[in-house]
Ligand binder design. Sequence first.
Ligand SMILES: [Zn+2]
Length: 323
Amino acid sequence: MNKLITVVAVALLSASAQAQDASHIHNTVATEVESGTASDGQPMATDSAVSVPDYTGGKVDADTAACADKMGVARTIELDTTGGGAFGEQYPHQAQPLLQPGEVILTFDDGPHPTHTREILDALAAECTKATFFYVGRMMKNFPEMTKAVQAEGHTVGTHTYSHRNLGATSQAGGQQQIESAINVAQEILPGGVAPFFRFPYLSDPKRMRDYLAKRNIAVFGIDVDSYDWRVRNADKVIRNVLAGLERKKGGILLFHDIHSETAKSIPRLLTELKARGYKVVHVVPKSRIETVAVAEPVAATSHGTTHRKRKYKKKPKSIFDW
Ligand SMILES: [Zn+2]
């Protein structure tokens, strides 16, 4: 597991101190391509030679002045997914931690959503910060323009199965079809290509599927802090859950869902709270493009009816937005 993580400090938009820690990732080869701030403590202008790959739309905040007091992106990790890799508290034996204490990765699952994703993108843009979105194949098919917008605004797009299936309760062939179909849909929609990043629905991650993803050179993203936005559907509680989780974990991968209105409502205030507490946002981008595998799309797949080992829903979801 000799993974190469190249740290490309692309958007050093906040305090200068954070840049000092940019490449201290243990047990790995980390190359600091560019790091630091100008001697006057102002964020450095972004060097186009060190731009992120076009998975993210190739867009880095150009207007550093407007972003000077914002959350920004402390550093960007260019992740080599050769052989897979798995990150988050579910995977404590990972070869190297992705994050340092005080660092967070913002992640949003289950979308895109025609209005709430837009609200979240605006909130992220207002703080000049970047996130990773794990998208469902049929949602991307329903909302291709919003899918494109996420990438065009510089965020990373990974996948989350075609129809939000619990892969712990799906056959191997069916699971692979779910994974590959979502990737193929995303590849068709996204000009920059989809990232080889995957999150299991319900975090239900059988080893056989993790092995398959590793063979496909796709990294698995678990979580460290759950906002429980899917359950509480209340902006105040979403914020409280995240801050309480961070008190315990001191950083990590944060989980939200961009299909809920209260989540969208929570993000502006949450970013303010994170900034006030000194947390730094890290943006993860892939080092390599994904290779696609031809597969038929699941036909009329239902996302429900499978039991989940961790999350139980009291009532039956009513729409495609209620996973
Ligand atoms: Zn999900």
